[in-house]
Design a protein around this ligand. Structure first.
Ligand SMILES: [Zn+2]
Length: 55
């Protein structure tokens, strides 16, 4: 599955909150917030194929 589709499925509507260096691979780990509420919704690294949704 394409990574952006995985993000759509897991996180849904989102915008980038900030980007840090991924602690695992050194690539970009992106934190996402909700477009309207600005609540932090999750983080992801496309290089690690990693997505986490915050509850
Ligand atoms: Zn990574």
């Amino acid at each position: 599955m394409h990574f952006e589709l995985l993000l759509d499925a897991v996180l849904g509507e989102r915008q980038i909150f900030h980007i840090i260096e991924c602690p695992v691979c050194g690539y970009e780990e992106i934190y996402y917030e909700h477009q309207v509420t600005k609540r932090l919704i999750g983080r992801a690294c496309s290089n690690c194929n990693f997505v986490q949704k915050f509850n």
